[in-house]
Design a protein around this ligand. Structure first.
Ligand code: ADP
Ligand code: MG
Length: 441
């Protein structure tokens, strides 16, 4: 596929300009879930921009708004300086899950976008085969998605996005469903095509939760906050390509991004000892107590005596930020550790926990769970107050859903169930989805 785009205005004008974007998902009668608030970003020609944020921070919502797949609650999205329908101005998207039609061959899946555009059949075929060739799917034209590996399926997704010759390629965590090696191969191939100018696109906006991936691929990284999602920082990556993960400058940048991702927006001093965002409506990540204990032990055993840089810890434990940060933040929430910039450090309680035997650990965990996780205290209070000492879990799930979407409410309940069990502060009965105080073990 050759670059045949006529570029009338080869200026530096933004290809995408997002201003004051806000998105609220409706929650029936209650207040909506504010997922994006005042998001501003621009994408200029000839750059790969990464949007780095945590799961649930609204990255997909933002990308869908730019692609014109959903209508934001407020704000504007301009694509190539023209407001309105993105599809008409050359934005196309690669999804995290491959989103292929299982009953269509590779060729048909790729060709689909062109049919929608009313391109004549012979040109359609030529462009489709060129895109398939470009993206390394040669020979797989007649295969069906189920016959392909994950990596090959994502190549189909890429070919399908490129065949329409968009000016902007939007990629939503395109490598996160792939195994480590396949993901790396695809990243490298994509970067090669980009650096050689062989892709018929002008810019890429890529969403990721993977810090190293962002540093590997992007010219500019926008750090995205959660609750609500907003661009809170920007880093230019000026390291030459191809970049090396072991390069000290690469590592320094990764470490810096860890710090930015854990930074809390400056907020008035926490009320009643609560962390920002704390309260019943706080979404919890289901991190097992074994994992929490393991991290406390890893920190205690670290050369820096209870402290470690998050970036170094991620490399040592071979964890991505998306895995590591929820563990670190759960420890911080429970005051077993504190995060200060790029460093995580055990608190005195964390050290006591590490030194304690099993029963003492459980007691300490119970104290901290009740003191610092409002939902745990809330459930315990309800159970204490009722003469039956039991309550359906659905009651708490419903309360949570005033603050967060269903999957997050469920994960929060899952977290509290496993922590509460370990701490023996209440029991949960799976068969009838009920909390109780009997035999909390
Ligand atoms: P990310 O891509 O960063 O993981 P998403 O944009 O998918 O985040 O989701 C952000 C938040 O919006 C999450 O809390 C998610 O549960 C919620 N959400 C996403 N899509 C919908 C929807 N269609 N209806 C209601 N809530 C949604
Ligand atoms: Mg997403």
């Amino acid at each position: 596929m050759t670059m045949t785009l006529e570029r009338a205005a080869q200026t530096d004008a933004p290809l995408v300009d997002v201003k004051g974007l806000r998105h609220v998902y409706g929650k029936g009668a209650g207040a909506g879930l504010v997922v994006l608030d005042d998001v501003n970003l621009t994408l200029r020609p000839n750059e790969i921009v990464g949007l780095l944020g945590r799961s649930g921070s609204g990255k997909s919502t933002l990308l869908r708004s730019i692609a014109g797949l959903i209508t934001p609650t407020a704000g504007t999205v301009m694509v190539s300086d023209m407001p309105g329908d993105a599809a008409a101005h050359g934005v196309s998207m690669v999804f995290q899950s491959f989103a292929l039609f299982p009953w269509l061959t590779v060729q048909k899946n790729v060709e689909l976008g062109l049919e929608a555009q009313g391109v004549p059949a012979d040109i359609r075929r030529k462009r489709t085969l060129a895109a398939i060739d470009l993206i390394g799917l040669d020979g797989f034209e007649n295969a069906y998605p189920k016959e392909l590996s994950g990596g090959m399926r994502q190549r189909v997704g890429l070919a399908r996005a490129l065949v329409v010759q968009p000016s902007v390629l939007l990629m939503d965590e395109p490598f996160s469903s792939l195994d480590v090696l396949t993901a790396e191969t695809l990243r490298t191939d994509l970067l090669d095509l980009w650096n050689e100018g062989r892709m018929p696109i002008r810019s890429i906006l890529m969403v990721t939760h993977n810090i190293e991936e962002a540093v590997l691929m992007c010219d500019r990284i926008l750090v995205f906050s959660s609750n609500p999602g907003r661009v809170i920082g920007e880093i230019k990556v000026e390291l030459p390509q191809p970049r090396k993960r072991l390069d000290p400058a690469f590592r320094a940048m990764v470490d810096d991004l860890y710090a930015r991702m854990t930074a809390r927006p400056s907020e008035p001093a926490a009320r009643e000892g609560a962390l920002p965002g704390a309260g019943l409506g706080m979404a919890l990540t289901h991190v097992s107590t074994n994992t929490l204990s393991g991290m406390i032990e890893a920190l205690a055993g670290s050369s820096d005596n209870g402290a470690a840089e998050l970036g170094a810890l991620g490399r040592e434990l071979q964890m991505e930020a998306n895995e590591l940060l929820p563990i670190a933040e759960t420890l911080q929430l429970m005051r077993f550790a504190e995060i200060d910039g790029r460093v995580i450090r055990l608190t005195a309680a964390g050290r006591r926990y590490e030194a304690a035997a099993i029963d003492a650990r459980k007691q300490l965990f119970a104290q901290h769970l009740l003191a610092y996780v409002p939902l745990a205290a809330h459930i315990r209070r309800v159970l204490d107050d009722r003469t039956s000492h039991q309550a359906p879990a659905s009651r708490f799930r419903d309360e949570l859903e005033d603050f967060m979407s269903e999957p997050y409410a469920q994960e929060t309940i899952d977290a509290i169930v496993s922590w509460g069990r370990y701490a023996e502060i209440f029991a949960y009965h799976e068969d009838d989805d009920r909390f109780s105080l009997d035999d909390p073990a």
